[in-house]
Design a protein around this ligand. Structure first.
Ligand SMILES: Nc1ncnc2c1ncn2[C@@H]1O[C@H](COP(=O)(O)OP(=O)(O)O)[C@@H](O)[C@H]1O
Ligand SMILES: [Mg+2]
Length: 406
């Protein structure tokens, strides 16, 4: 436990996994793998679920242990930035077969196989911050002093009562036609902001103004009427789509609940499928019959069913690999301009934020610590915290090498 850098190993050894943070749990997994002093460590996406700063720490840990113990490491990942930072040699797999293998430098900078090239082209680039489109200056949504505190623990079984100030005094405006990114480490309060806005959670304080109406403390029919204008897309469409419902039901139930007759709802569902690039035959199928990218398209179609003006996407592409991620981001950008949507794009991945956002809000421990145009925040940040998030992004030397090769 000491070797993998867990603070206070004496106490940690008696802890249950859920009492540890994501990064600490990953360290325990590494300690378990090291217990038998292996010659080879196989790490399967060990940092995929972690935010960039924690990820950087785990990568450094694996590298230190490798050097100290003279182990070999097989590191399985879909993240090319991570590959560029840690690998000596790279093997690229497609559909169960190796399509390319060689020294990291060669595979990453001079890929031979079209599949490798397509993957590398799909990596969102930090430097690729397009000039924001001219947006109208009408605030569509005004968030003022939003607050949310969680109290957990009953004071019985595991003792301590825990009070988490998840969101503290968060204020911003979302203009018509713009995309705001909310970034920050895990636990910084990003999802809580999103869930308060769509009223999956009740905020403790503050106002959420759509036009002149405050939806933060609305209820009943008034809330229902406003809520349809604000729709959410989630990270994991698998758990947010009812596995026992066919796509036709998933796409029509919202419409029917808001009074659209069955037939009209079905017709609208077919329109929605076309809009997100899926075939009409999808109507009769179940969520598990689709790939991850296709399921996310269904999640997007469902969010669009009630013709919202604002989409809140919470880690909507975080579970997808880079090429599928690029397709879904392109789809979102296209839909946004076609349907005149505004978007709140919550992500822990600053590369993804760079690709799709006009402005960025950086959160830390429930508060906004920095906000501004994407090019300013990502290339000339005002705070140490934003700088540390940027520095922790893997593969930056590689990105520069790629840019130089373009
Ligand atoms: N339902 C909940 N009950 C108790 N604590 C919660 C709940 N949801 C979130 N939290 C806590 O609130 C903080 C912010 O969480 P979250 O908004 O999910 O962060 P992020 O999306 O940035 O990772 C974290 O400390 C988290 O543990
Ligand atoms: Mg979250």
């Amino acid at each position: 436990m000491d070797e993998v850098g867990i603070p206070d190993p004496e106490a940690a050894i008696r802890a249950y996994p859920f009492q540890l943070s994501g990064g600490q749990r990953q360290r325990v997994m590494i300690a378990m793998a090291l217990a038998l002093e292996p010659d080879i460590l196989i790490a399967d996406e060990p940092t995929t679920a972690l935010d960039v700063t924690t990820q950087a720490q785990i990568l450094t840990l694996i590298e230190d242990l490798r050097r100290k113990r003279g182990m070999a490491v097989i590191f399985i990942t879909h993240d090319f930035g991570v590959v560029a930072d840690i690998a000596d040699r790279v093997i690229v797999m497609k559909k169960g077969e190796i399509v390319e293998a060689g020294p990291a430098q060669e595979v990453l900078l001079k890929p031979q196989h079209p599949y490798t090239r397509a993957l590398i082209d799909a990596i969102p680039r930090l430097a690729q911050t397009d000039a924001p489109e001219q947006v109208e200056r009408t605030p569509l949504l005004r968030v003022e002093g939003l607050q949310k505190t969680f109290s957990t623990g009953s004071g019985t079984l595991f003792g301590k009562r825990r009070v988490v100030k998840a969101v503290q005094d968060v204020s911003f405006e979302l203009y018509a036609g713009e995309t705001i990114g909310i970034v920050g480490e895990s636990g910084s309060g990003k999802s809580t902001v999103g869930r308060c806005l769509v009223r999956l959670l009740d905020p403790d304080g503050g106002r959420v103004l759509m036009g002149d109406v405050d939806i933060a403390h609305m209820s009943g029919a008034d809330l229902r009427a406003q809520r349809r204008k604000l729709q959410m897309i989630f990270q994991d469409p698998f758990s947010s789509l009812n596995p026992r419902a066919r796509v036709s039901r998933i796409l029509t139930e919202g419409l029917i609940a808001y009074g659209t007759p069955d037939k009209g709802a079905k017709a609208r569902a077919r329109e929605l499928l076309e809009l997100v690039g899926l075939d009409e035959s999808a109507m009769k199928r179940f969520p598990h019959e689709f790939s991850g990218g296709q399921r996310q398209r269904i999640g997007i179609a469902r969010a669009l069913a009630l013709e919202p003006s604002i989409i809140i996407a919470d880690e909507a592409v975080s579970a997808l690999d880079v090429s599928i991620q690029a397709q879904v981001l392109d789809l979102l950008a296209e839909l946004k301009s076609r349907l005149h949507l505004s978007m709140l794009f919550i992500t822990h991945d600053l590369r993804v934020a760079a690709r799709i956002c006009d402005r960025i809000i950086v959160m830390q421990k429930g508060r906004i610590v920095e906000a501004g145009p994407v090019s300013k925040v990502l290339h000339d940040p005002d705070t140490e915290y934003t700088r540390s998030l940027l520095d922790a992004i893997p593969g930056q030397d590689y990105e520069q090498a790629l840019a130089a090769a373009d």
